[in-house]
Design a protein around this ligand. Sequence first.
Ligand code: T4K
Length: 387
Amino acid sequence: MSGLGQRRPLITTGHKLTEEIFVTRPDLPELVSLSDGLEEIWRSRFLTNGGQFHDRLEKVLAERFGVDHVVLMSSGTMALIAALAVTGCKGEVITTPLTFIATQHAVKILGLDPVFVDINPMTGNLDPDRIEAAITPKTKAILPVHCYGNSCEVLRIQSIANTNDLAVIYDAAQAFDVQDTGGHIVRHGDLSTLSFHATKVFHTFEGGAVVCHDAQTREKLDRFRNFGIVSEAEIDGVGLNGKMNEFSSLFGLTLLPQIDQARISRQEIDAGYREALRSIDGLTCLPQPRGQRSNYGFFPILVGDEYGVRPDELQKAFRSEGIRTRRYFFPLASSILPYRSSSSADPANLPNALDFAKRVICLPIYSTLRSDQQSRVVDILNRHQAN
Ligand code: T4K
């Protein structure tokens, strides 16, 4: 396979375990680059409930995305819960079955009902053509997911929402830094939520954020993430502990400057896989969305019948050679116990998502994946193809 030879230097950790290849690995700044900030935290003894690094990270991210407000949270799941809670909606929320289960859990834990709508098999995202048929008088919001960081059809979704007076909350957990022709995609919808979990392209160990566009919503989010507290003597509603602490905020600020370079490394890996897959029958990857600047956080492939080996067998083959792929997102959320009894979870309603989930495997992609490691992955794909 060409193009993979000398791309990145070998990392000499001298530790055998590093030869195990994971589906992702977190980027880390130099340890020493955290020390001034850590000293500052120690000096101030302000560890959480806001603080200088927390406020700075919110500001830097809002500038980066070109949005009015970024409200940091303790996780992407908490960001989803807070976003849904502050819209105040009660009833049904239209969403996709092809996502990490946190999307549905956030809906359910607030007493809302997730209604599953099938995906477009070319993108893995909610199919706008099928949304209107799922709208009932109880529908209050649409919760699409930019799956694998690929942008949803935002204009069509917004138009459906406007016609039917629905809120749109994007689960953009996987879409940090993804841009369309107008800017960062987190600007779309009423709210967008992000995850800064260690497995994400930008992370704060654990963390997340909600993007919103007006001061009133921001105030509601500020209160929600701090128990509903308005002031020492006033609590005006239900809230949780959803705050990001000062260490995570400092970490995020320190990591941020290296994120663009890391994206370029992942882009090269993405290109290498695309080139290699061209000569393997039965394996396909998702087309690159037109006009999108991707973050290359995932590399899903679909294993077709012509490949001759089932995705679970292929995953086992990878595992036996120390490569830990993941089948994001199998099983579908709609087939999981708390959700499978809903009528929208009927497999007949979700043929595209079922087929996609049955075939998908995500290959390793992260900025420190060496070219020889990527070649090992491709070699296994070639070797296991049935003749
Ligand atoms: N919405 C969507 C669409 C999401 O994708 C997610 C999270 C959320 C909402 C919720 O956001 P958070 O509340 O999590 O912020 C992972 C992550 O835990 C999860 O954050 C992520 N999506 C999901 C797609 O993947 P697992 O169970 O696959 O993670 P795990 O621990 O198996 O890690 C995968 C690989 O990464 C490991 O094989 C090794 C490597 N790894 C992992 C960690 C945690 C490291 O090298 N270092 C690490 O610290 O769920």
